[in-house]
Design a protein around this ligand. Structure first.
Ligand SMILES: C[S@@+](CC[C@H](N)C(=O)[O-])C[C@H]1O[C@@H](n2cnc3c(N)ncnc32)[C@H](O)[C@@H]1O
Length: 341
């Protein structure tokens, strides 16, 4: 809450008065002067200047003045106005729902009521499958070549990575993925590296020679239902991606079938920007993790792993990518699933 502006310079005070007038022109000069702690004449002068300049009053918010007739505002007008409302508080106060909430909880803080409303709305919008809390999902900007010190040793049960499939990326990044996974995986944890057929040999070689803690377990065929691209140089059309399965220590999870057919994505879902099938990823996560596990995707792209894991429920997540746009997309996707607008 802003303090009365007595301690401000004249120029700053003028700015605050102007801002309040633009937000709530329906308040009288006296009321605004009370909020800010200045004389009504000063407010009147600045209001006139704004009128002369054809300023758009109320353009920072609705011009509707019905909030001033709200019973809670009327009953608490003096207390509210003498509290030194900041511009943000004044904006919040103009919302009938905020005033309703303030009345419900007996609060004189519009921002507090606004925050409560936001939380309630988020909870109502939250994807009903989600059984973990928002604090259980971390998304950050990170380059696998740094080893990702942001992720604690042994804190992850499954590390799923969908690497870029070009030769340079597979060659350069696979050793870093192997090293990072060997560090962050708990004992018996799995690294699943999804890679195209073209550079499978390089990926497997790097995975098996970089860090002794990781042992090759199997190669899983992931059959895509999205066409069969022609790999011209190899004279192959392919429907399969490979998931190279590496284990730290001894795997004692369920028996795994080495074939995954990606089911079609739910028709009501928007296609994923990176084209990875959420339903397909869900099949993988469902088999290689259980509720309570933490899953890492250290090349999370547009967030299909996040969506799949949250829809499955019960899985905590650590997600990172080198690309700020991908991180933002994933953050937004997660926030949306937790009910943000
Ligand atoms: C094939 S995409 C992952 C797509 C993701 N599975 C999805 O469904 O959206 C590969 C990702 O690796 C990221 N990447 C490339 N180099 C990286 C690096 N050095 N460290 C971390 N991420 C990297 C890219 O930004 C890209 O988002």
């Amino acid at each position: 809450m802003a303090k009365p502006t007595k301690q401000f310079t004249q120029a700053k005070k003028r700015t605050i008065i102007k801002e309040h007038l633009l937000i709530a022109p329906e308040l009288s000069n006296r009321q605004i002067s009370k909020i800010i702690g200045c004389s009504p004449t000063t407010v009147g002068t600045i209001r006139q200047e704004l009128i002369d300049k054809n300023a758009q009053f109320g353009h920072r918010h609705t011009q509707d003045d019905s909030w001033t007739k709200h019973p809670y505002f009327i009953a608490n007008k003096d207390k509210l106005l003498s509290k030194g409302l900041s511009d943000k508080s004044l904006r919040a106060l103009k919302n009938k729902l905020v005033l309703d909430k303030m009345a419900e909880i007996g609060s004189l803080s519009p921002r507090y009521a606004q925050r409560l409303l936001y939380k309630e709305k988020k909870l109502a919008n939250k994807d009903k499958n989600i059984t973990v809390s928002e604090q259980d999902v971390r998304v950050f900007l990170g380059d696998v070549r740094t080893g990702l010190p942001q992720i604690a040793d042994g804190s992850v049960s499954l590390c799923f990575v969908d690497i870029p499939y070009d030769r340079k990326a597979v060659e350069e990044l696979t050793p870093h993925i192997a090293k990072t996974a060997a560090r962050i995986l708990s004992d018996g944890g799995s690294l699943l590296l999804m890679v195209g057929g073209s550079h499978l040999d390089i990926a497997l070689n790097k995975l098996t020679t970089t860090d002794k803690a990781l042992k090759f377990q199997w190669d899983i065929a992931y059959v895509c239902q999205r066409g069969t691209p022609l790999i011209q140089g190899r004279r192959v059309t392919t429907a399969v991606k490979h998931i190279l399965w590496m284990v730290k220590g001894k795997y004692d999870g369920p028996i795994q079938y080495d074939l995954i057919y990606t089911p079609p994505d739910n028709a009501d879902k928007e296609p994923h920007p990176w084209g990875q099938s959420v339903e397909g990823i869900k099949c993988i996560l469902e088999r290689w993790s259980v509720e309570g596990d933490t899953i890492a995707d250290i090349m999370c792209g547009g967030g299909s792993t996040a969506q799949a894991a949250l829809e499955l429920g019960g899985r905590k997540l650590v997600l990172s990518d080198i690309d700020p746009k991908s991180v933002k997309t994933t953050k937004n996707l997660v926030a949306k699933m937790f009910g943000a607008k």
